[in-house]
Design a binder for this molecule. Structure first.
Ligand code: CU
Length: 133
């Protein structure tokens, strides 16, 4: 249900090709799967941290789809070569980016689903955060 809403919003934003890409397509690109995060199975503390680097209007860091689980402590370290504003949809996290400086966003992944993230200044859709139960 939430996914449908997200897809509709994305379609309106002109990113239908991106939003409608099925899961297996991402998997085939090596984006899905085990997140490169520090995890303690069965333990109380889980964290997932990711670097998001944008240069010349392109995402140059590794993966577009960031995979975590509900209640993980998520850290996004975002670096852009131009001043911009980063937006994680759904969680509605906004952070200003200064050129060449890394901005850090931390939050607990309390909502499950697929949430796109983008740069507002460049109007650039970068990827998605997937939060699994
Ligand atoms: Cu946005």
């Amino acid at each position: 249900m939430a996914t449908d809403i997200a897809r509709a919003a994305c379609a309106l934003a002109g990113f239908a090709w991106y939003c409608l890409a099925p899961g297996p397509a991402w998997a085939a690109q090596g984006d899905a799967g085990t997140p490169p995060s520090v995890r303690t199975e069965g333990g109380a503390e889980r964290e997932a941290s990711f670097d998001i680097v944008v240069k010349g209007g392109r995402l140059v860091s590794g993966r577009r789809v960031l995979v975590v689980h509900r209640d993980d402590d998520v850290t996004l370290r975002i670096t852009s070569d131009k001043a911009d504003r980063f937006h994680l949809h759904g969680y509605n996290k906004l952070i200003d980016l200064a050129p060449g400086r890394t901005a850090t966003l931390t939050f607990k992944a309390t909502l499950t689903g697929r949430f796109t993230y983008e740069l507002h200044g460049a109007d650039l859709e970068l990827g998605a955060l997937e939060v699994y139960p």
